[in-house]
Design a protein around this ligand. Structure first.
Ligand code: ATP
Length: 202
């Protein structure tokens, strides 16, 4: 499973539809200051389900929509589509039947984000779990932003452990355990309420 193509439309400075073809091997993005290199990396995190506006250098998630310039008016929505090459059939179960599939995220002003996998509407969680199970995602240490290397060198052992867990492909399991614990707590609360009701009736 590898990233094949990133398509941006109305995302930050990429107001016109723009395709970035990601070839095998190392991909470098070069260009003058302010040309949009970091915006590309943010688009990749965003389509993988990033939900913290600060990680997009914004105050609210709608800040990723093209805000307009003196010559072009602002857009009402932004969309990023990531094409996955799945010829190696390494996509997680449930997504593994196709040679290629697309993951898309669209944000509309005042209407929030909507996600699609292979053209079908899905939840943010479905996209996040797909990438977590494939040992990547919006928080993957494989995506290195400016200043991150020195942060890692100075990080506490607990933070470094997260990187090893990511590489070992177990971050998705942590998320599922957390959700299972929340469900268990909910079930225990319900049982307590049933016991209380039974006490009142007897
Ligand atoms: P540097 O090399 O200095 O780090 P860079 O190539 O990484 O720069 P980015 O930070 O990706 O550049 O892009 C910054 C540009 O994106 C700025 O010109 C900024 O005005 C523009 N930009 C950011 N958000 C939006 C938005 N919502 N609408 C329009 N333009 C935006």
């Amino acid at each position: 499973m590898r990233f094949d193509r990133l398509r941006l439309n109305g995302f930050k400075s990429f107001v016109d539809p723009t395709d970035l073809v990601i070839r095998e091997g190392l991909t470098g993005v070069v260009g003058p200051n302010g040309c949009g290199k970091s915006n590309l990396l943010e688009a990749l995190r965003w389509v993988m389900g990033e939900n913290r506006p600060t990680a997009m250098r914004g105050e609210g998630m709608e800040d990723v929509i093209f805000a307009g310039t003196s010559r072009r008016s602002a857009r009402g929505h932004a969309e990023v589509t990531l094409t996955i090459d799945n010829h190696d059939r390494l996509a997680p179960a449930g997504f593994n039947d196709e040679d290629n599939f697309e993951i898309a995220r669209r944000i509309t002003r005042d209407a929030g984000s909507a996600y699609k996998i292979g053209g079908k509407d899905v939840r943010a969680r479905d996209v996040q779990m797909l990438f977590a199970d494939a040992s990547t995602g919006a928080h993957s240490p494989a995506l290195v932003r400016q200043g991150q290397i020195s942060e890692l060198i100075n990080a506490k052992p607990k933070s470094r452990r997260r990187i090893l867990e990511e590489a070992a492909g177990i971050s998705g399991l942590y998320q599922r355990r957390h959700e299972a614990e929340l469900k268990l707590n909910g079930a225990e609360n319900n049982l307590t309420r049933v016991d209380d009701t039974l006490d009142q009736l007897s």
